[in-house]
Design a binder for this molecule. Structure first.
Ligand SMILES: NC(=O)c1ccc[n+]([C@@H]2O[C@H](COP(=O)([O-])OP(=O)(O)OC[C@H]3O[C@@H](n4cnc5c(N)ncnc54)[C@H](OP(=O)(O)O)[C@@H]3O)[C@@H](O)[C@H]2O)c1
Length: 251
């Protein structure tokens, strides 16, 4: 099968490409670094020639609502328009568990993306995943201020990005479901503990300062609104197993 991965050089995107190749599929990467800009649509139509399924794992790092909504609405519409012209059979989009109950500018963008997918006319499936285990190193890099690291108190049930990639390819191989499926990791974790163990495992001496910040989105994060509820699939690799795998490999 020929699968296009929008965002195929990102944290989860490159794992989707690896998984698609491992299963014998042809993978086409849609990113600006590969000549396709989905905020304008430039290059998308020709890149989609012969593609049967598109997996969208695009990302913009922002907490600003207008930026996030504009990015996800525009890239989704451009992608779906090119998919319709190319006769793509299914659009699989990656979203996030709990975004409708946890107010944040970025999550407003993800909700706008989901609405655009459902209204877009190309057969679709949405996967909502919890935070990746890789969220801990991302937070480590973003929040560190010299020897001090302020970390918002947050409850999550993280999952390995590799398992998210595997499920995205599973969905791409099946018929469009016109519904949203959820994937979470095997156990709830506290973000502070995840980041602290990442720092310890990578030999970084940092003073961790848990923050209980005001605001609806911060309260929702610590009250567990990002934890999975209802029906969801469960990944197998725990945060501790993931940490051992990635730190042993890079040692
Ligand atoms: N991080 C988490 O814990 C988590 C949890 C659940 C779901 N998700 C979702 O997973 C998705 C991927 O996140 P990630 O952290 O893996 O992303 P990432 O590492 O930030 O990668 C973003 C990708 O998007 C591409 N991209 C950005 N702007 C583009 C544009 N205008 N045109 C074409 N390509 C563009 C980038 O390539 P170029 O820069 O070369 O264009 C890159 O390949 C997001 O939708 C996010 O909401 C994340």
């Amino acid at each position: 099968m020929k699968i296009a991965i929008a965002g195929g050089t990102g944290t989860v995107g490159r794992l989707v490409v690896d998984e698609a190749h491992a299963r014998g599929h042809e993978a086409v990467v849609l990113t600006r670094s590969n000549g396709v800009d989905l905020t304008t649509g430039a290059g998308a139509e020709s890149a989609l020639a012969g593609v049967e399924v598109v997996i969208d794992v695009l990302n913009l790092t922002t907490m600003n609502k207008d930026e996030a909504v504009s990015f996800y609405e525009t890239t989704t519409r451009n992608l779906l328009a090119a998919e319709a012209l190319a006769g793509v059979a299914q659009h699989v989009a990656l979203s996030i568990v709990g975004i409708d109950t946890s107010p944040s500018g970025y999550y407003e963008g993800k909700l706008a993306q989901e609405r655009a997918v459902k209204a877009g006319g190309v057969p679709w499936t949405i996967l909502r995943a919890t935070q990746f285990h890789e969220f801990a190193p991302q937070m480590f890099a973003t929040l560190r201020r010299g020897p001090v690291m302020p970390i918002p108190v947050m409850a999550t049930q993280p999952v390995a990005a590799r398992e998210v990639a595997g499920m995205l390819v599973d969905l791409a191989e099946a018929a469009a479901q016109y519904s949203t499926v959820q994937l979470a990791g095997p156990a709830p974790e506290k973000l502070v503990d995840m980041v602290r163990s990442y720092g310890r495992a990578t030999g970084q001496k940092v003073l961790y300062v848990p923050l209980r910040l005001p605001g609806a989105s911060m309260v929702a994060m610590r009250d567990g609104t990002l934890l999975p509820s209802g029906e969801y699939r469960t990944g197998r690799e725990s945060y501790a197993q993931w940490l051992e795998r990635v730190t042993t490999r890079s040692a």
